[in-house]
Ligand binder design. Structure first.
Ligand code: TYM
Length: 337
């Protein structure tokens, strides 16, 4: 049995450079390196998408988002499976069964839930239950490696806890995804990736931040994206050092540069450490982001919708088979069959 690498990105809107560099590009690089020997599942969590408002419509956003993987250089073969969560009913069904193992307390502790519900009078149950559906997405396919950005690590740890508890109670049923420290090693990055807001680098870059200059969208004109990098907030310490805590702005730029040029972060850090001209670093990162976006957007324009639709058809047949088998095993374990 091949092991599985799996990831998903919601399609509420256009993606930011944060989603792209934090999850999509690492996934494409892993897929290209390992897909001969692993199953690589790339799915669209469209049920997770409807927890909040959607810009545009889900079918078009889905096609666009899947084209991003191809434009980022994903090399297709028979081990790569692409599907929509809503077309595989086992996800929702397993979510319910796992709901009966997960506790209110552990879901209440999820940082993302706290952030999304803070100050709101009313919050939908989907936002609260979202990590359990995510656990179902992962456990149905026995995925060991789940390349995601750092903000999703807590949900991965929760998935492990839910799976462990289930296995203890009902017998060995689920394969656990590896610990986040080992996910990071597999992704060949130093730490979990968190691309920062360009104007307010204490925060992560997010599609929901209003200020246009705080985020780079994948559809930004490359020249405009370069200008956003040039106007990024740094600090007044005057010496370049990779230190996300004390110098998050300048460190974020080094992180972005490493990812867009596919270079080890350590190499970028050694090139710039100790330099005093922040403008030189910004100009280099701006130029690299510009080239990266130009190449990406050119490739994107040449991918027909039909290519993605074909992939979905094959992928959804595969996903229903694998997930259906696991769901039947789970139903048996809990006594439903
Ligand atoms: P979502 O759609 O919010 O984000 C998609 C991916 O992008 C990463 N990301 C970032 N990485 C680095 N820097 C940033 N600023 C940044 N912003 C976003 C996220 O960490 C994520 O990897 N729950 C997931 C989707 C999901 C999923 C799954 C993922 C549902 N089921 C199963 C993996 C496996 C989510 O909402 O991600």
């Amino acid at each position: 049995m091949k092991e599985t690498i799996l990831t998903g990105i919601r399609v509420n809107s256009e993606l930011t450079l944060g989603n792209f560099l934090g999850a999509l590009v690492p996934m494409v690089r892993l897929a290209n390196k390992y897909s001969k020997d692993y199953n690589v599942n790339i799915f669209v969590p469209d049920l997770h998408t409807i927890i909040s408002d959607v810009d545009g419509d889900i079918p078009s956003n889905t096609i666009r988002s899947l084209k991003y993987y191809l434009a980022a250089g994903l090399e297709l073969n028979e081990n790569i499976h692409i599907y929509r969560q809503s077309r595989v009913p086992a996800h929702s069904e397993l979510c319910w069964i796992l709901d009966c193992t997960a506790s209110m307390g552990e879901l209440n502790r999820m940082t993302q839930y706290k952030e999304k519900s803070e100050g709101k009078e009313s919050v939908n149950v989907g936002i609260f239950n979202y990590p359990v559906l995510m656990a179902a997405d992962i456990l149905l396919y026995s995925a060991k490696y789940v390349p995601v950005g750092e903000d999703q690590f807590q949900h991965l740890e929760l998935t492990r806890n839910i799976a462990m508890r289930f296995n203890n109670k009902f017998g060995e049923t689920f394969v656990l995804p590896v610990k986040t420290s080992d996910q990071v090693k597999f992704m060949n990055v130093e730490n979990g990736i968190r691309i920062r807001d360009l104007l307010n680098p204490e925060k992560k870059m997010s599609k929901s931040t209003a200020a246009e200059n705080s985020k780079i969208m994948l559809s930004d004109a490359p020249e405009r994206a370069a200008k956003k990098i040039m106007s990024a907030t740094t600090d007044s310490l005057g010496k370049i050092k990779f230190d996300m805590f004390n110098q998050p702005g300048i460190s974020n730029l080094m992180q972005i540069d490493a990812l867009v040029t596919d270079s080890p972060l350590q190499d970028v850090i050694s090139t710039w450490s100790g330099e005093t001209h922040y403008g030189d670093l910004k100009a280099k990162v701006a130029a690299d982001v510009k080239v990266f976006l130009e190449e990406f957007q050119n490739r994107l324009a040449n991918i027909p919708d039909e290519e993605v639709l074909r992939l979905l058809e094959a992928g959804e047949t595969y996903a229903n088979e694998v997930a259906g088998r696991k769901l039947a095993e789970v139903q048996k374990a809990v006594g439903l069959r």
